[in-house]
Design a protein around this ligand. Sequence first.
Ligand code: UGA
Length: 436
Amino acid sequence: MKITVIGTGYVGLVSGVCLSEMGHDVTCIDTNPKVVSSLKKGNVTFYEPGIEDLILKNIKQQKLSFTTSYKKGTQNTKVFFICVGTPSLKNGSCDTSFINDVSQKLSRHLTDKSIVYVKSTVPIGTNELVSKIIKKNIKSNNKFYVASNPEFLKEGDAINDFMNPDRIIIGTEDDYVIEISKKIYKPLIIKKKNIIFLKTRSAELSKYASNAFLATKISFMNELSMLADEYKISINDVKHAMSFDTRIGKHFLNAGLGFGGSCFPKDLHSLEYVFKQKKINSPLISATIEVNNNQRKRFLQKAYALYEHKELKKKKLLVWGLTFKPNTDDVRESQSIKLIKNLSKKYNHLYLYDPKGIPNAKKDLKGLTNITYLNTQYEFISKCDALILCTEWNEFVNFDIEKVAKLKDRIILDGRNVLDEALLNKSGFRYISLAN
Ligand code: UGA
């Protein structure tokens, strides 16, 4: 099937590449000429494991192409996926201006029986708005359909999430959309029968519901970790015990510095905003946000308490992890970046390392004068007094204890509760976590 994807950010690019891998003939439109010319060479502006190889493979097989032109990109196509960004506005609401803009541009190129799927995470009612915009701008009386198809992929494991989805959600009120959706996703639904058809608004809310629920699970564990910390109980033990209950499951129960990224914080604020708009009290959503912010502050207090106030200005910290989670180069809403901005005010110097996040962190931390980016996780370790772990990359969890023993004060502050406390204590380290 011929498919056009608009927007080549995380959701758009992964969707475009995976749809071509599934056998479709895909064109991706992005209005940024630099991005398009890089993608044509298989170069992606962000890090996502496996994506570049898949792009090159599908370009070679002529199943995937990139263009800046709506005219070229929409030729002979009847299936469109809108995948542009929906960032937060200052008041927490979701900015759908890119969606509106794309809908307007696209409407001029739609032929009879076109389907426009909205994959971006959008507030309730956005699909109806897209429909209205298209109706207003479409050239003839061509029949068209707008359907919601939220995406549930995670950065760092995006290809796998797209190709092996737990569920494919389609929000539509039309049988024709149901029929075409089944054809598009046929390779992914044969075995699992995991396609779910809902009303459009239900599909829109289901995306927010999933993200908010997962974020709440994390905040619940983080809140509990405060109590566990007081009683010297390992929160990981508690998690282990809970995870055997199949009603709870084992995922998203890791207590730590808190959640970040471009989705959870944005979607929670957007949800909080619509609750307020409808004058409905939403203590749970607000508490999830509050617990998340408190968690970072609690950790910061632990980082300040490592030394006497007077000593702090003399001490040098090694910080491992800048991204909002492992296996990505994304530092948006990263707890680590927020911490570093505070820590740099109190500590003498910070030495920062991340396997992929340094280029993006440099943009966010511009202006800080007492930081140095390292080439390896152990570079300059003997100059540092203590180590702070902010992101649980594999190489940090499985570190070389002999090299880390070169830290002057042998102190490790673990922001993700992932290190082996007993081993570290036995090896002469002072180990502090959020409740390990
Ligand atoms: C999230 C959802 O997991 C995806 O299903 C969704 O499609 C995506 O948002 C989106 O809306 O586009 P993502 O933001 O890539 O995906 O990352 P997650 O793996 O969900 O992690 C989010 C944050 O939660 C990270 O900062 C991570 O460190 C934190 N986290 C996660 C915890 O603190 N504890 C956990 O147990 C799990």
